[in-house]
Design a protein around this ligand. Structure first.
Ligand SMILES: NC(=O)N[C@H]1NC(=O)NC1=O
Ligand SMILES: [Zn+2]
Ligand SMILES: [Zn+2]
Length: 503
């Protein structure tokens, strides 16, 4: 080496150490993977309000490699605090992540309506850690093993929370046992069917005999059948004579009276007998989706449960938040089926939920493109029926529920524990040792208005029924299997949600 090179050596060493220092220093600040906004896989979350099945405690939840490995009460925490990191959420509520068993993500085929990336981002921002996707509104509908595979392909690397799939029970497959078995073997968590037109051409309605067949197949798999329970009755059919104004909400309400729900449920209960212990479809389960009628329909369900039928029922936040009296003429954002009924019915729904007659909640998030909501014409009879709500289900439930005395433990039961059971997800649905670290952290007393200033992830804000309202309960952070997927308006860069397939 000549002398000039010798003199450069210290300079090179210095440069190399600078590069090394910056690399190590900065890389330690970067996430290990893009799946999480947190770089650690072993950490403690502390809060004064941790919602466990044994009540609300102050303390810490220890998370390691995606699982909850310990729950430590406040006074015992210090000696255990040897983790890489402690995230202190103070007074914020730490709850199991919400499990929404009824969402239409419309992917593949109608991604202009929603789609896996936008829908699961909205979910993450709302504290929802698991979604079960409905078999219709996507194209094609999920009614065979092959179409379920299309769903799974569409979801790959496109989901920010975990997503499972219901398969469709339709006349075409109902009497074809091998086709249904193939769909269930391919991983559908259960089946879903309609007792009235679904609004989607390739998803025709079923009758009680199709449903009986479906239950018989599901019994072997111990998986549920979810049913949209409305049967068209003459009483409700809209007269086309122009006497009723299609912009008026009451016109729409009259087209789908409670008797539609009652008729469907009473017919369903003739086949749900098969699910009783010792009966032909023991092991199968019947779940009524989005109940709106809090009258006779609920009474029928109550007595079926007493008789030992394996039956559950859900309602949705929009039936608990809104009433027919408040819906302005022409405001088709509120059109859904069954319809939002009067205020007395809403009060009865709350009572049924608090008394345990309604088992759980779901969003029935069913958006479309603004054009199909016919917002400017305001025609309730022709507009798309479906409420866009996914991101706001937790603050909506809380904002209205607290007036009825709803507790955090009840929220966890309605939104996590019972939905996990319905979907057969034993590793989800509770803050408990051995479960997935699927966690929602939120601030019940923080109010916010849903307007253009809020960083929302709703694909079509103009069709959201909640736009313009003020809610309490702000989601601070969402963890999915230990990954911090959402934090204060920011999402983890990579879509690391897992498809959930039944085995
Ligand atoms: N196809 C579809 O999403 N329909 C849903 N929309 C709604 O309001 N009720 C439903 O069942
Ligand atoms: Zn439905
Ligand atoms: Zn639905």
């Amino acid at each position: 080496m000549d002398p000039v090179q010798w003199r450069l050596l210290p300079l090179l060493v210095l440069l190399a150490s600078f590069i090394f220092y910056f690399y190590v220093h900065n890389s330690s600040k970067l996430p290990h993977t893009d799946c999480s906004l947190l770089r650690h896989s072993h950490y403690f979350l502390t809060s004064k309000r941790i919602v466990t099945r044994q009540g609300i405690i102050s303390g810490a939840v220890e998370v390691k490699n995606g699982y909850i490995v310990a729950i430590i009460k406040g006074e015992d925490f210090h000696e255990n605090s040897k983790a890489d990191q402690i995230l202190d959420y103070k007074e914020a509520v730490l709850m199991p992540g919400l499990i929404d068993v009824h969402a239409h993500l419309d992917d593949p085929g109608r991604t202009d309506w929603e789609g896996f990336p936008s829908g699961t981002k909205a979910a993450a921002a709302g504290g929802v850690t698991t979604l079960i996707d409905m078999p219709l509104n996507s194209f094609p509908s999920t009614v065979s093993a092959q179409t379920l595979r299309l769903k799974i392909e569409a979801a790959a690397n496109n989901i920010y929370v975990d997503v499972g799939f219901w398969g469709g029970l339709v006349p075409e497959n109902a009497f074809n046992r091998s086709s249904l078995e193939a769909l269930l073997n391919a991983g559908a968590l259960g089946l879903k069917s309609f007792m009235c037109p679904s609004g989607i051409n390739d998803f025709p309605m079923t009758n009680a005999s199709h449903i009986k067949e479906g239950l018989a197949v599901l019994a072997k798999y111990r998986r549920p059948l979810l049913v949209h329970a409305e049967i068209q009755q003459d009483s409700g059919i809209y007269s086309e004579d122009g006497a009723d104004n299609p912009r008026s909400y009451s016109t729409y309400l009259k087209t789908r009276p409670p008797s539609w729900e009652e008729a469907a449920i009473s017919e369903l209960l003739t086949v749900s007998k098969d699910t009783r212990t010792g009966a032909s479809a023991e092991g199968a389960h019947l779940h009524i989706v989005h109940l709106s009628d809090a009258g006779s329909s609920l009474q029928l369900l109550r007595s079926a449960k007493n008789d030992g039928d394996s039956v559950t029922v859900e309602t949705c936040p929009h039936y608990l938040a809104f009433s027919a009296e408040e819906i302005q003429d022409g405001d088709t954002r509120f059109k859904c089926a069954p319809p939002i009924r009067d205020v007395a019915n809403k009060e009865m729904l709350w009572k049924a939920l608090l008394d345990g007659d309604i088992d759980m909640l779901s969003s029935d998030h069913s958006p479309t493109v603004p054009e199909l909501k016919l917002l400017s014409e305001g025609d309730f009879l022709r507009a798309w029926g479906g409420i866009s709500s996914l991101q706001f289900i937790l603050p909506v439930t809380w904002s209205y529920g607290r007036n009825y005395g709803a507790t955090f433990e009840q929220l966890a039961m309605w939104w996590s524990e019972r939905p996990a059971k319905l979907a057969g997800q034993e590793l989800k649905g509770a803050i408990a040792v051995g479960k997935h670290a699927d966690i929602a952290i939120w601030e019940p007393s923080v109010e916010f208005e849903i307007n253009d200033d809020l960083p929302v992830y709703v694909k079509h804000p103009s069709i959201s029924a909640y736009f313009g309202s003020k809610l309490s309960g702000k989601v601070l952070a969402t963890f999915v299997r230990g990954n911090l997927v959402y934090k204060e308006g920011k999402h983890a860069p990579a879509a690391c949600g897992a498809p959930i397939l039944a085995r």
